[in-house]
Design a protein around this ligand. Structure first.
Ligand code: 4UU
Length: 549
């Protein structure tokens, strides 16, 4: 097709949707607004035990939790860490701590104690919230991370920890609804991301970043979430982790702003997932590509359980056209719209979204309200490219992070003076301004939608006594999307050390999604450029060629 270049001024693709409202409220104020609007609707329900909280109960508990933290001596700006599976109390801890002025750091609860401690050290966390079965792990974490003063546990009281239930008895009178919080400057959330290279860094997302992203999604032309009325309420099945921005924005923040009921599942298990779908008849499903595949194929899914579903929203990794088609065919639900979102932890996370009805399968859509995108190939020039030309995707909007915590160098590499954020993804757009992600420049592997940083695995590999050098890449996998694969140079005299031994060594140090399940290959050298930088791209191309032959 001949591109109509005149459509995109300076080759910048603007949002086809109207400007949403933006405001300076804090995230807690937003949730309290909803509690006033829908006090008696259920906000949270555990998909396993059935314990639940109405919006009004949630507000009360947020107040009490925040007040208890202030009573314990916590001050504005000190970092609160949540290391918890998805449970109904998660948002109580999140907004409660936030209401006490504390930025919240989110950590994957399946991490090893060392992985947790590394993240908490980066942010200087002072307190952990989690569930009682994790008490032993948290003790180890607190030993490794001396800034931790308290561990708060949901569950039976334990020595040396603070009980969530006890905090829930607080009078709430130290909760300050008018706490001096600057929505544009003060940090609401600290998720972790490796960005375009290196180790995971802490991403500073302000109240304004996060509330803007929710407003952008709720603008007509954004997500299809329905506002609750006397007779209607959206129901979500919340399996996607609350510790990821996808879960925070698209489950909690947009969910609470529309009066939705969030049914939580603490871990992935096919039977309980299918049962929750059958028990709760969700109106909206939020998935990553492997879950979309499950819904499209699993023989035990009762298709009728999804007859009230108006939206299936997929993000965090590319969804295959084949899966989309299968899913639409299988569900035969004329009211269903399949949507795809694209973005990064650094963008709160949404930037691009496929239009309702998803007529362009394979595209992750156009910029959402108040967002812009452009494509640049610096090898050609610094000018933005026209339609159908491949280059690095740059995005901008009110949801772009404040920066990486304590890391101005990494921030400056990621965001330019005009506020454009480089995504590290290779993309192009079509005549209609719909974007297609085709590859990745950056050193990032995505396993089931979760980030794995090659540098982190290479560091662990080279700490093995037999390993001289190592390089890690992502290889395609039907189930997981990608899997880490390692190329290893053994030290002289260590040639008898086999891959299983090195694999077991790495497995003992990382959480399951980071394990090197794509195999280990021994080499006599790792390809590097003359600056000593590992040429991971060369390894990827070579691997792809080998698979094709
Ligand atoms: C191809 O995974 C995310 C963000 C997920 C998300 C979910 C719903 C974004 C918007 C939304 O509406 O963030 P991170 O930081 O874990 O990973 C970011 C990277 C991107 O740079 C890109 O490489 O994840 C990849 N990615 C995608 N790739 C994210 N979404 C997509 C997508 N297609 N739809």
């Amino acid at each position: 097709p001949t591109p109509d270049v005149s459509k995109f001024e300076n080759n910048i693709v603007t949002s086809p949707y109207g400007d949403c409202d933006l405001h300076d409220m804090t995230m807690v104020q937003k949730v309290f607004e909803s509690a006033s609007r829908w006090p008696n609707k259920i906000a949270m329900e555990c998909g396993i035990t059935g314990r639940k909280y109405s919006y009004e109960m949630m507000r009360q508990l947020i107040r009490r939790f925040g007040s208890a933290l202030t009573r314990m001596g916590y001050k504005k700006g000190e970092v609160f860490a949540i290391i918890s599976p998805n449970i109904p109390e998660f948002p109580i801890a999140l907004y409660g701590a936030s209401g006490a002025g504390m930025p919240v750091s989110l950590v994957n609860p399946t991490f090893t104690a060392e992985e947790m401690a590394r993240q908490l050290t980066v942010v200087g966390a002072t307190v952990i919230f989690g569930v009682a079965p994790m008490a032993e792990t948290f003790k180890q974490v607190a030993r490794l991370c001396p800034t931790i003063r308290n561990v708060i546990l949901l569950g039976p009281p334990q020595e040396g920890t603070v009980s969530f239930q006890q905090m829930a008895q607080d009078s709430g009178d130290l909760f300050n609804e008018n706490l001096d919080i600057n929505a544009k400057e003060d940090v609401f959330l600290l998720p972790h991301s490796s960005g375009t290279s290196g180790f995971p860094k802490s991403v500073m997302l302000t109240h304004f970043n996060m509330s803007s992203n929710a407003m952008q999604f709720l603008q007509p032309g954004g997500t299809n979430h329905q506002i609750a009325t006397t007779n209607y309420q959206d129901t979500y099945i919340c399996l996607l982790p609350f510790f990821h921005t996808y879960g925070v924005t698209l489950l909690m923040n947009t969910g609470f702003q529309t009066g939705a009921k969030l049914v939580t599942l603490p871990q992935f298990e096919v039977q309980s997932y299918l049962k929750a779908i059958d028990d709760h008849k969700p109106t909206a499903m939020h998935v990553v590509p492997p879950l979309a595949t499950l819904l499209a194929q699993h023989p035990a899914l009762k298709v009728e359980s999804l007859s009230q579903t108006h939206t299936i929203f997929c993000g965090a990794a590319p969804m295959s056209v084949q899966t989309s088609v299968k899913l639409i065919e299988r569900l035969k639900n004329p009211n269903l719209s399949l949507q795809e979102g694209y973005g990064l932890s650094e963008t709160s996370p949404g930037v691009l979204m496929a239009p309702l009805g998803n007529t362009k399968l394979g595209s992750c859509g156009a910029p959402i309200s108040r967002s812009k995108a452009k494509v640049i190939n610096h090898e050609i020039s610094d000018q933005a490219l026209g339609p159908y030309q491949h280059g690095e995707l740059y995005v901008s909007g009110p949801q772009v992070m404040k920066g990486y915590l304590n890391n101005p160098k990494a921030t400056n590499e990621m965001i330019d003076e005009e506020g454009w954020l480089r995504t590290g993804d290779v993309a192009y757009y079509d005549d209609d301004g719909n974007f297609y992600i085709v590859d990745r420049f950056k050193e990032l592997i995505k396993v089931k939608g979760l980030q794995v940083a090659p540098a982190e695995l290479e560091d662990i590999l080279t700490s093995h006594p037999a390993v001289a050098e190592a390089a890690v890449i992502g290889i395609p996998d039907v189930q997981a999307g990608e899997l880490p694969r390692a190329y290893v140079v053994r030290k002289p005299g260590m040639e008898s050390v086999i891959d299983a031994e090195i694999q077991a060594f790495v497995d003992s140090k990382v959480s399951s999604h980071k394990q090197i399940k794509g195999g280990i290959e021994f080499r006599s050298a790792i390809p590097k450029n003359n600056m000593g930088k590992i040429l991971r791209r060369e390894l990827r191309v070579e691997y792809a060629k080998y698979q094709d032959s």
